[in-house]
Design a protein around this ligand. Structure first.
Ligand SMILES: [Zn+2]
Ligand SMILES: [Zn+2]
Length: 845
């Protein structure tokens, strides 16, 4: 490593691609490894419950933003002395992969065996993981890859199935016949969180129902009513559900229909008799104010069905076809049936009118098919609403307001979490049913993972002794895998105490799923909250300010950005884009500005290295720091204090803005311009002055490399390497260094800082004046007079302005003006500089 790199001339242009590639090759994987020994030795752990992304093959810009935040935190905490665990998992199972496999291979999942279909899904998943991983590495994330987990692997499947057995035994998981949200296209039950709502236009049909017995006549002979048929109109968008109609409801205060309460109606076409009841949930302003209740048209039907203990008449099956209950319409799909029934209603004169309306329709998140509510035997996880909300309040939310989103979601849930999926690529539900007595048969935990469809139980039925079983064919909702991530990364193995991990970073779009399920499951399994803190990130918007989408053609990929400007520039965009939690707009000009900042830093580094080439850090006692050196070191220490505070509060934008302002303004524009002559060794103070400047410059550059490390890991490493390692001063990577302390190497008084500020301000002003008058910056002026009641070091001012300086004391401003007038100075060849209340300077051109 003792290469010539330290003294070799740096190229003028910073080549991000080359430098970043170099460090990707050189960095040792062990740099980011989490070691249990460190925790045992007293290092505080900082465990991150990293999101396991769905392996779509595309690590998109939204992912990249979130991972940048995670990496800023991980690198910062590591430097602060924490034993950081930044693991990475992959949440493999689920519908999108199945759909993709069907598309890619042009097959339906029924066309091949389950094993073969799973194999194809795994193959695609492996390929996609590899592609995404490559991007994560390229972006410089400090992931501990030795802790990678893949939910489709046996060890994780075992973990998921074990949680199922534990929760089944404790009664938190149960099987029951209950209405569930169902996608007829995907042919599976789905959870509430998987139902999306879309505005669609529909036809509202006004249909006549025959009153066969009015409320008052209920006790009388039915024949009386039959002689003089009367009708009531009911408006519905779903006439195909007539066969499922089990009751009719009106609002109790609705004067138009009070007489109907308690009466019996006959459903058109299917002729079943249904009762009319009153319920205040009926909206009298919708349609005619009379509603038919079907099993099931929507969630309200389910509520009424439960509350009024209504019978179940299921007319739609799992594939979206009409059942035998629908009589002559059986076998038709929902749309065909709807058309047919409307035709028949027209023929019988029972359709009064039709209106177009807009309505919100629940659709499948994956394929946008309208969902049905179907009653089926499914597996459920018990949702304890109050416990979840109470747990959420024990977790620190950043930003705080997102906790409400979770609470609102919990309140809106109508029934327990349905976890069984009628799919193939998922963790099998580890259950058999006894063929003789129907009892549930579970495997032992040692046997896991099991696939009941290919394996048999190792013992007989505990209830009846039979050895014949029917396998459970369903698999688990993929959130059953990912909701265990906190427990998995913490290394909790279903035994002993679980300690909440330190951080869960995630997007606000999955609060109602990942955050909610994780809290619920962690409470059920351990009685604890999963994490101490949850950090919510926003979404990335396109350059046009809209959500990125294919149809808008405004998608930007991290690949594209990194290929043009490098990972460090991308990461700066992520840091500066906005506060964590807010949506961040992508703008190319921000990335270009980021690249410009890297170039500026590179120029500063290049300049510094020339002057620090033969510099060996001196003990501070041997250095005679000048005012501006002390001023710089004091500013640096204040910068460290503020940036540290920002990092603690996840204010990455503020932190990086401060660093930029310091490097660009304080260091480059002010300090270097002022101390340049001393650095070149051609100032009055000679070697002593030079060493003081070199001391301050070296301390500052070293500290800057540390502050930049979380944001620009590649550049910071290069900087650190060139400043220290290549000189044999320090053998460690910048990412193994400690975060700097907000402390100056020597005591610096307020007076020191004030003096430095005056020097800087005078130099700035003189440079401004020269520029305004078109005078070259290095051209000497006649003189500068400074009126000041305390001592000021003039050497640096003289150097930086190329002008002699006189300090005057004990003269009033009036006397100065008088003197100037006497000497015949005109306003054209003098200028006044005001620095605060106490200092004036006059420049003589
Ligand atoms: Zn679907
Ligand atoms: Zn049995």
């Amino acid at each position: 490593m003792a290469s010539a790199s330290s003294d070799a001339k740096l190229s003028k242009r910073y080549n991000a691609e080359e430098i970043e590639r170099k460090w990707l090759e050189r960095w040792d994987d062990a740099l980011y490894r989490f070691k249990e020994e460190d925790v045992a030795a007293g290092k505080p752990p900082y465990i991150i419950d990293t999101p396991p992304p769905y392996p779509t093959g595309d690590f998109h810009i939204g992912n990249a933003l979130n991972w940048c935040y995670i990496d800023f935190i991980a690198r910062y905490k590591r430097m602060r002395g924490y034993a950081v665990l930044f693991p990475q998992g992959w949440d493999c199972h689920g519908l999108p992969t199945e759909v993709k496999v069907e598309e890619t291979h042009g097959i339906s999942k029924r066309a091949v065996s389950k094993q073969e279909f799973r194999r194809l899904c795994s193959e695609l998943t492996r390929k996609n993981i590899a592609a995404m991983k490559e991007m994560m590495i390229r972006l410089g994330f400090s992931i501990d890859w030795s802790r990678e987990f893949v939910t489709m692997h046996d060890d994780y499947k075992k973990y998921t199935q074990r949680s199922f057995l534990r929760m089944f035994r404790s009664g938190e998981i149960y099987r029951a016949e209950h209405p569930v949200n169902w996608c007829p296209r995907c042919e599976t039950a789905i959870a509430f969180a998987e139902v999306e709502y879309e505005e669609r236009s529909a036809s509202l049909n006004y249909i006549r129902f025959k009153i066969v017995q009015s409320g008052e006549e209920a006790e009388k002979d039915e024949r009386v009513a039959a002689e003089s048929p009367e009708y009531v109109e009911i408006a519905t968008t779903r006439p195909e559900l007539l066969a499922s109609c089990v009751a009719v409801a009106v609002h109790p205060e609705d004067e138009r229909y009070k007489h109907l309460i308690g009466s019996t109606l006959e459903v058109p076409i299917f002729h079943q008799k249904v009762k009319v009841f009153a319920d205040s949930a009926v909206d009298p302003s919708f349609g005619t104010g009379v509603v038919m209740i079907c099993t099931f048209g929507d969630r309200q039907d389910v509520r009424w069905w439960k509350a009024h203990r209504l019978p179940l008449r299921a007319s739609i099956d799992e594939r979206g076809r009409m059942t035998h209950i629908a009589g002559k319409y059986a076998g038709m799909n929902v749309e065909e049936c709807k058309k047919k029934i409307i035709e028949d209603l027209k023929k019988q004169g029972l359709l009064v009118k039709q209106e177009r309306i807009k309505q919100s329709v629940g659709v499948c998140w994956r394929c946008k098919t309208p969902i049905e509510i179907i009653s089926a035997k499914q597996w459920f996880v018990r949702v304890h609403k109050e416990k979840v909300k109470e747990a959420a309040r024990k977790i620190k939310w950043h930003p705080e307001h997102f906790r409400l989103r979770l609470e609102n979601w919990v309140d809106s849930m109508e029934w327990d979490w349905c976890i069984s999926r009628q799919r193939i690529f998922g963790v099998p539900i580890p259950v058999w049913y006894c063929k003789r007595c129907g009892a549930v048969k579970l495997p032992s935990e040692d046997e896991l993972p099991v696939d009941p469809t290919t394996q048999k139980p190792s013992s007989r039925c505990e209830e009846c002794g039979s050895d014949e079983f029917i396998p459970e064919e369903d698999v688990l909702d993929t959130w059953m895998d990912s909701s265990l991530s906190a427990l998995w990364v913490a290394g909790w193995n279903y035994e002993g105490d679980f300690k909440p991990v330190q951080l869960r970073p995630q997007g606000h779009d999955i609060i109602r799923t990942w955050a909610f399920y994780t809290i619920l499951r962690c409470l059920s399994l351990t009685g604890k909250i999963p994490w101490e803190m949850i950090l919510i990130n926003g979404m990335v918007l396109g350059e046009d300010g809209f959500k990125m989408s294919k149809s808008r053609n405004n998608i930007i990929s991290p690949e594209e950005v990194v290929a043009k400007h490098g990972a460090d520039a991308f990461r700066q965009w992520a840091a500066l884009g906005g506060a964590v939690g807010s949506d961040v707009q992508f703008r190319w000009k921000d990335v270009v500005a980021a690249e410009r900042f890297l170039q500026k830093l590179w120029s500063i580094l290049r300049f510094s290295l020339i002057h620090l080439a033969d510099y060996k850090p001196l003990p501070v006692e041997e250095v005679n720091l000048k005012a501006i050196d002390r001023w710089l070191l004091a500013k640096l220490s204040a910068l460290v204090a503020s940036v540290t505070e920002d990092m603690e509060k996840f204010k990455f934008d503020d932190a990086l803005k401060r660093i930029k302002a310091f490097a660009w303004g304080t260091l480059a524009d002010d300090y270097i311009e002022i101390a340049k002559s001393r650095l070149y060794g051609d100032s009055k103070s000679g070697e002593e002055g030079r060493n003081a400047a070199r001391f301050a410059l070296f301390e500052t550059m070293k500290t800057l490399s540390l502050l930049l490390a979380p944001f620009m890991p590649f550049f910071a490493e290069e900087m650190h390497e060139r400043l220290l390692r290549s000189k044999g001063l320090d053998a460690r990577s910048v990412h193994a260094e400690r975060w700097p302390e907000a402390k100056t190497p020597v005591e610096i008084s307020e007076e020191d800082v004030r003096e430095g500020e005056i020097i800087a301000e005078i130099v700035r002003s003189v440079r401004r004046l020269k520029a305004k008058r078109g005078i070259p910056l290095n051209k000497p002026l006649r003189k500068i007079e400074i009126f000041c009641e305390f001592p000021i070091d003039v050497e640096d001012i003289e150097n930086a302005t190329a002008t002699p300086v006189e300090v005057k004391r004990g003269e009033s401003l009036e006397s100065i003006e008088e003197k100037m007038n006497k000497e015949g100075e005109s306003h054209e060849n003098t200028a006044e500089i005001v620095v605060g209340d106490a200092v004036r300077a006059f420049v003589y051109f």
